[in-house]
Ligand binder design. Structure first.
Ligand code: 3PG
Ligand code: MG
Length: 276
């Protein structure tokens, strides 16, 4: 059943909300751009204003296990400030049962980085560089199995689930995709997700031609499908950001030590050929 947060009654309900608080931090662990935090605030405030309580979850960076550098504790104070209520921090996303039980309407807590667990992404970690295909297969099967328990624990915290992690919408991870099935009647997209979907839908359907799209971001790998999909809709496609270097290098350009993805160069050339 399709639910929208505007019509959902949050009174007395615990909402687990997946946000993308993967914000850039400087060497002192200070946030250098809080756009992603501010973008999720309307959804979070909606739950609190409706008499619900919040269990907020996110990833930060790409840790390969517990790693203080990637702790969401660095951002709790700022999230509290933006939300206007003190946000409690739970240092292990799988061990929040006691804190969740105490949570009252109008209160909020933030779970520690989901990616401290391999189960969030569902990809095995710590495989030996010379692991055989058999070993890789077994490790993958093992993490897919333990992932079930991981998702179940997250789902057990709440009465309803909201996905407002627009920046992570291209990932089929435990907290973005798998958890939804535990809330057949009580799963929703947040305002950020809804707004972005409407905006892109409008642009793709109603744009006047000539239609030029500018796309940025650091990785070609995560935008491949978007790039290919845009090709027959736009008149011009301008590729910027870090991923531009993959395109430059693929064509024989010099990029120094700039960010790029060697393995994506064939696809970059293919996209250029297709665009011609
Ligand atoms: C991002 O910053 O691109 C999103 O938060 C997703 O992170 P990821 O690319 O590490 O999955
Ligand atoms: Mg990204």
């Amino acid at each position: 059943m399709q639910q929208f947060i505007d019509s959902y009654n949050f009174a007395g309900k615990k909402a687990i909300v997946r946000v993308d608080f993967n914000v850039p931090l400087n060497e002192n662990f200070e946030i250098t751009d809080d756009t992603r935090i501010r973008a999720a605030i309307p959804t979070l405030k909606k739950v609190l204003a409706g008499g619900g309580s919040l269990i907020i979850m996110s990833h930060l960076g790409r840790p390969k296990g517990v790693d203080a550098k990637f702790s969401l504790k660095h951002i709790v104070a700022h999230v509290s400030e933006c939300l206007g209520v003190p946000v409690k921090f739970v240092a292990d996303c799988q061990k929040a049962q006691a804190e969740v039980a105490e949570l009252k309407p109008g209160e909020a807590l933030l779970l520690e980085n989901l990616r401290y667990y391999a189960e969030e992404e569902g990809k095995p970690r710590g495989l030996a560089a010379d692991a055989t295909d058999e070993e890789k297969k077994a490790a993958k099967a093992a993490v897919k199995e333990s992932q079930k328990e991981f998702v179940k624990t997250l789902a057990s915290y709440a009465d309803c689930y909201i996905n407002d992690a627009f920046g992570t919408a291209h990932r089929a991870h435990a907290s973005t995709a798998l958890i939804a099935k535990y809330f057949p009647e009580d799963k929703m997209f947040g305002y950020l997700m809804e707004g972005e979907i409407k905006a892109i839908d409008n642009v793709l359907k109603n744009a006047q031609h000539p239609f030029t799209a500018i796309i940025g971001g650091s990785k070609v790998s995560s935008k491949l499908a978007v790039l290919v999909n845009m090709l027959d809709k736009v008149d011009n496609l301008i590729i910027g950001g870090g991923m531009g270097y993959t395109f430059i290098k693929a064509q024989g350009g010099q990029i120094g030590t700039s960010l790029h993805e060697d393995d994506l160069m064939p696809q970059a050339l293919e996209i250029l050929a297709q665009a011609k």
